[in-house]
Design a protein around this ligand. Structure first.
Ligand SMILES: Cc1cc2nc3c(=O)[nH]c(=O)nc-3n(C[C@H](O)[C@H](O)[C@H](O)COP(=O)(O)O)c2cc1C
Ligand code: SF4
Length: 447
């Protein structure tokens, strides 16, 4: 499959992101000189509802993890009542293995700001908060500079969008997270912007109805918003000609996608490819193959919370059906971490469990206690001290935590659940081998 012409990163050659010597942040002037902010102009000539319809028709699905249809989410907003309405831009990007939004900021911040301006116009949102991961210090500086440029050129501010071309006024603020994975969950993020501890809220009500400061709020991922301008500019057919239809009769996975590949490949990096690309093609044709010519053993589907694609799933199609077809939770951020044949999968599971136990916000007992318990059990298995009962217990605890089993407030616990269960299920022999060693050593000790 050929690499798609770079779309979201249209000014930067992808695969892998061009010659480092030529990489730079695209300024406002460079952006407008190459057609930037034309999509905003076009959107402002349309009725706001027509822009929403267009995005809905494109079937753009959220790039933040859940793949929820973007235009549909926008229609959940109530009618404006004269009070404030918000856009919260999710650039938390704290999922291990995920680093795609960062590169949009690093090189093309205005494509994101144009998407923000169009979304605010279409959904009648007067205030945008760009919520950025605490560790992204450099990116925060870059983004603030781009926001300042956008203000200086009348995109946002008092005159109305695009220097008064519309009388609809939008303010855009950068908000730096203090740095916690849970603040990427949309309601944890809202709490954090409100100056509180990042504790997810019970839903419903959903943010579209009652979000930031109790007002209607849309939460969208950076990459989702970066796609809005190109869709408005180039049209729905252009978008739906990329990506793929569902192989199982579900909703399609249209458009290109930024996929950040890490792990045991020769050329890790962010690649912009069509949704539906087989993982093996991504690795072999774009990432230069497996490092050292080793065999593929598995890959985290797209951020650690999605679970693992096993040895026989190297050809898995990277689209939004991946969860239903390959026994993982979903496509997530579409940023796979690839493992070669030498990888110790027990250590991988233990390492992931350590992350989740550190990042649980502690509100829900099954997540708070379960995450600690899972981690301790995995440490015990890894060190050869566990029995087969421990392995059963591990699966029982993991399988009972999360929104899907109905025991927690947010999806962080589901991530822990899927990561641990899929690794144990797909590499069970490695876990059992550690137990056997334990049984033998106990037998020797008692002899
Ligand atoms: C624990 C957790 C962490 C999350 N982290 C992020 C994140 O860093 N960035 C993001 O866009 N979405 C993240 N999400 C998903 C958001 O809750 C939300 O679905 C997303 O921002 C919506 O944007 P989209 O529809 O454009 O994808 C996270 C979800 C959970 C449960
Ligand atoms: S599931 Fe975990 S992270 Fe999410 S709200 Fe409950 S305790 Fe916090």
């Amino acid at each position: 499959m050929p690499v798609t012409d770079p779309i979201l990163v249209q000014r930067i050659p992808t695969a892998p992101w061009g010659d480092p010597k030529d990489r730079h942040v695209v300024t406002y002037d460079e952006y407008t000189n190459t057609g930037g902010y034309k999509a905003l102009e076009k959107a402002l000539d349309m009725e706001p509802g027509a822009v929403v319809d267009m995005v809905k028709e494109s079937q753009l699905r959220g790039r933040g993890g859940a793949g929820f249809p973007c235009g549909l989410k926008w229609t959940f907003l109530p009618e404006p009542d004269g009070g404030r309405r918000y856009l919260a831009v999710n650039c938390d990007e704290a999922e291990p293995g995920t680093f795609k939004d960062r590169l949009l900021i690093d090189f093309d911040p205005h494509i994101v700001l144009e998407g923000i301006a169009i979304t605010c116009y279409a959904c009648r949102l007067d205030t945008a908060y760009f919520f950025i991961r605490g560790e992204y210090r450099h990116q925060a500086v870059v983004m603030q500079k781009a926001i300042d440029e956008a203000y200086a050129n009348g995109i946002f501010g008092d005159k109305g969008l695009l220097n008064g071309r519309s009388d609809f006024k939008v303010e855009c603020y950068l908000h730096r997270s203090a740095g916690a994975y849970i603040c990427g969950e949309e309601t944890g993020l809202l709490e954090c912007i409100e100056g509180k501890r990042g504790w997810p809220r019970i839903k419903p009500p959903f943010p579209a109805v009652k979000g930031l400061f109790g007002r209607p709020t849309i939460v969208n991922n950076v990459e989702t918003l970066a796609a809005v301008g190109p869709i408005v500019d180039k049209g729905v057919d252009w978008w739906t000609n990329m990506g793929c239809e569902s192989a199982i009769g579900g909703p399609p996975s249209y458009g290109p996608k930024l996929m950040g590949v890490s792990g045991h490949v020769n050329k890790p990096g962010v690649y912009e490819v069509d949704l539906g690309i087989p993982l093996s093609t991504l690795v072999n044709e774009h990432c230069g193959g497996m490092r050292g010519g080793k065999k593929f053993k598995g890959a985290i589907a797209g951020g650690v919370s999605m679970g693992i694609l096993g040895r026989d799933q190297f050809d898995a199609a990277m689209d939004f059906d991946i969860g239903k077809r390959y026994d993982v939770m979903g496509l997530g951020t579409a940023c796979p971490t690839v493992f070669d044949e030498d990888t110790d999968m027990v250590a991988v599971a233990r390492n992931i469990a350590r992350f989740f136990k550190n990042e649980s916000c502690g509100q829900c007992t099954p997540c708070r206690e379960g995450a600690q318990w899972i981690y301790k059990l995995l440490c015990r298995i890894e060190s050869g001290d566990a029995t087969s009962k421990d392995l059963d217990l591990l699966l029982e605890i993991a399988g009972s935590m999360g929104i899907m089993p109905g025991t927690t407030i947010c999806g962080l616990a589901d991530g822990n659940n899927w990561a641990v269960r899929t690794i144990v299920n797909k590499y069970r022999e490695e876990f059992e081998a550690r137990l056997q060693r334990n049984t033998i050593s106990l037998a020797v000790a008692s002899a």
